[in-house]
Design a binder for this molecule. Structure first.
Ligand code: FE
Ligand code: FE
Ligand code: FE
Length: 186
């Protein structure tokens, strides 16, 4: 097997491991999400991910490789962080913000990986492989944009409003206490 195919196989195997890990992480993340759009967005991307895994298997087959036991260490770290964050928070507005933060980190890693792989495939004259990788790349980019939209339109606002309402409650409780003390002094 030539050197170029060997390297591309290693990259595809890494992405295959990354997608499998991401799929398991998204299962947990969807359960922790409160916002309906966020939950549905993650579930929709889980379905896409199954297709992405298939594309990677097709790509590997074209090059004469197979998935194997390679573990994507970067995705392992990203998933570890996500799990840690999920353990630190209860379900609710803040958890949703944290879920988007973790999910976008995962998407950005995938965008980097597929962008590079698609370019390499194209450079090597592997048009069909480049097309498969390009399809997945577009899905990852759309997911990243969708997460930004959900953050801007709902999740961030809900959490920030919740925080401000809490601050205001504390402030008025303090004022009542001070007022009570003044009345006692007079
Ligand atoms: Fe993916
Ligand atoms: Fe990796
Ligand atoms: Fe993704």
């Amino acid at each position: 097997m030539d050197e170029i195919s060997k390297l591309m196989i290693e990259q595809l195997k890494d992405a295959h491991s990354a997608e499998k890990q991401a799929l398991r992480a998204m299962q947990k993340m969807a359960k922790q999400a409160t916002n309906e759009k966020l939950k549905q967005g993650i579930q929709m991307h889980m379905e896409q991910t199954e297709g992405q895994i298939e594309r990677l298997e097709q790509g590997l087959e074209r090059l004469g490789g197979k998935p194997g036991r390679k573990v994507c260490e970067a995705m392992r770290g990203l998933v570890e962080e996500a799990n840690h964050e999920m353990g630190e928070n209860d379900k609710g507005a803040m958890m949703d913000v944290v879920l988007i933060a973790a999910a976008q980190r995962i998407e950005h890693y995938e965008i980097a990986a597929y962008g590079t792989m698609a370019t390499l495939a194209k450079s090597a004259g592997q048009q069909e492989l480049a097309r498969l990788l390009g399809e997945t790349l577009a899905e990852e980019k759309r997911m990243d944009e969708e997460l930004t939209r959900i953050a801007e339109s709902e999740v961030n606002r809900t959490w920030i409003e919740e925080c401000r309402a809490e601050e205001q409650e504390m402030e008025s409780a303090n004022e009542n206490r001070r007022g009570g003390a003044r009345r006692k002094a007079s």
